[in-house]
Design a protein around this ligand. Structure first.
Ligand code: G4P
Length: 526
């Protein structure tokens, strides 16, 4: 099969949502359709155990499963799908953001009762960096929720993306009758307790068809009215707008009842893009180029902490991966053999012989791979767009045994290279400040310092709430800024100057006051 064909049949995506919107439930239904799991409850069970604790050793025990479930590969129709997990509850972290730099599209799940929630807003911001196309699923229509039109307005306003409904719900909660697909011109009738193989689907090409009245009673008139309103007010779906990330097609359903999920998946594989070109510092790389190229976007420490064994997740950008192939590790300027690459299934992992653009492979290593590293067959390339994200939480680290300063430094640098946490040293005093976007990372870091580096440490609070990397062409202004803000400045692990602010308000105020200084929310890996 040609490279082009392999690329075209792949879909690589992540789900963005706020906790409890139904991501796990929807994932499970998608995997059932793909035949990747046989039984409902499998993903759910995993989530329950993952939730139960933030204790690191327990997390370790769970790891065998959680590594495998970071990427879920399944087939649906003629498509090969890579669904990348975006950790969302206590395990929300920078990884969640970074996973989104490795996908070609995203599915956004919104709880119809809550509308747009904060975590979705944050994740959407990351999607916007690369104009990632987004398909929206409004979930839990079997419950009373917000009016569908109000949800669309909220999405448009809060997320700054145009909505194009491709399905429309008929009632909600107890009065939920089903959805009318504007995409397929058919009516799907909801029956509580049924599953997707037993929902009745009726072709209705003309909304004035009297069949509609027979099936929906008085709700038929409401549907007609709403669709008419939509036709006047809503935006028609425009594939090009969607692919540019300016418009999102919207579907309605109930994940737990498996209602509307198949329609979502069908439209998704048809509309969402195959792996596309990827920017490197030197040039843009096309997915069907012959030469293999990939970058590491996630690193996960392995079960056995004594060996510092890690799995680096590579997103393949072009060419073909074959088992045992040699590739150049450009940051180190060394050739490495990719002997035992792993592909991840829903509940399992398997060694693979070949993979293509869009696929995710796991490579075992002993700390030689960092996030953002590029690998190619020959050509010197450095992919961009896999940045560090400004932390949102901070802790000052306190070493219990001052003689262990060196080990602490080494441990923190290595953990930051894995992307587990970001490390800053204050310009005044040289204290270590850890920054993260999810609170669990702090627990994980002290626990790993103890078990892997034999360093006992704990935390004290800081006054910081937000940070930005700063730079300026105006050296005088930068020097003045450094003098005035020396208590709030630090260098990150790669020596980049960082401003830490006690509040978002103070940050915005400072940005306003210092127009010659650039404040960056992300920083590209070196
Ligand atoms: P998450 O991964 O986004 O955090 O959400 P998850 O799928 O775990 O769903 C969160 C809760 O919402 C779960 O209830 C789940 O059963 C429920 N849910 C998901 N989809 C639907 C839906 O379409 N309709 C309704 N009514 N509920 C839905 P829970 O009580 O927290 O867990 P459980 O006891 O049901 O497992």
């Amino acid at each position: 099969m040609s490279l082009k064909h392999e690329v075209e049949k792949r879909r690589t995506f992540g789900i963005i949502s706020h906790p409890d919107a139904g991501k796990t439930t929807l994932t499970e239904k998608l995997l059932l359709f793909g035949g990747a799991i046989q039984m409902a409850g499998a993903v759910k069970a995993r989530k329950a155990t993952r939730h139960a604790t933030s204790d690191w050793m327990k997390i370790e025990q769970e790891r065998g499963i959680s590594v495998a479930s970071s990427v879920m590969k399944f087939n649906y129709r003629d498509f090969e799908i890579n669904l990348l997990d975006t950790p969302g509850h206590q395990d929300f972290s920078e990884d969640t953001y970074r996973v989104l730099t490795a996908v070609d599209s995203a599915m956004m799940v919104i709880d119809s009762g809550n509308g747009v929630e904060p975590q979705t807003e944050k994740l959407m911001e990351v999607c916007r960096m690369r104009n990632t196309p987004i398909v929206t699923f409004i979930n839990k229509l079997d419950r009373e929720g917000l009016e569908p039109l109000d949800i669309l307005t909220e999405i448009e306003e809060k997320l700054q993306i145009e909505c194009a409904p491709l399905s429309w719900p008929i009632g909600m909660g107890k009065a939920f009758k089903g959805v009318y697909s504007l995409y397929k011109k058919e009516l799907q009738l909801f029956k509580a307790g049924a599953d997707s193989n037993h929902f009745e689907t009726v072709k209705i090409t003309d909304l004035n068809d009297s069949k509609l009245d027979e099936l929906l009673g008085t709700q038929a008139a409401e549907l007609r009215e709403e669709i008419e309103l939509l036709e006047g007010a809503a935006n028609p779906f425009d594939l090009d707008h969607f692919l540019k990330g300016n418009q999102t097609p919207v579907f309605f359903g109930s994940a737990i009842n498996n209602f509307g999920v198949k329609e979502l998946l069908d439209a998704f594989v048809e509309l969402a893009p195959a792996p596309g070109p990827r920017k490197a510092e030197e040039r843009t790389v096309a997915p069907d180029e012959k030469g293999f190229s990939a970058f590491a976007f996630k690193i996960q420490a392995n079960m056995d902490p004594a060996h510092r064994d890690r799995i680096a997740f590579f997103r393949i950008c072009s060419g073909k991966f074959t088992k045992g192939m040699s590739v150049r590790h450009h940051r180190l300027g060394k050739d490495v053999k990719l002997a035992n690459a792993t592909v991840f299934m829903a509940q399992d992992r398997a060694h693979i012989d070949e993979a293509y653009a869009g696929d995710i492979i796991g490579i075992h290593n002993h700390g030689t791979i960092r996030i953002g590293d590029t690998f190619t067959t020959k050509e010197a390339l450095k992919f961009t767009g896999v940045p560090n994200f400004a932390p949102e939480m901070f802790r000052r680290i306190r070493l219990k045994d001052p003689m262990k300063r060196k080990q602490l430094h080494k441990g923190l640098i290595q953990l930051s290279e894995e992307g587990a946490v970001q490390v800053f040293r204050t310009l005044l005093g040289g204290d270590y400040i850890l920054g993260a976007v999810g609170v669990l990372q702090f627990d994980v870091t002290v626990e790993r310092l103890k078990t892997e580096y034999k360093v006992e440490a704990d935390y004290t609070a800081t006054d910081f709430q937000t940070a930005r990397w700063i730079e300026s062409d105006d050296e005088k202004k930068l020097a003045e800024f450094k003098r005035l803000f020396e208590h709030s400045l630090a260098e990150d692990a790669d020596g980049y100057l960082t401003y830490m602010a006690p509040s978002v308000w103070k940050l915005n105020y400072t940005i306003e006051q210092w127009p010659d200084i650039l404040f960056h929310k992300t920083r590209e890996q070196v």
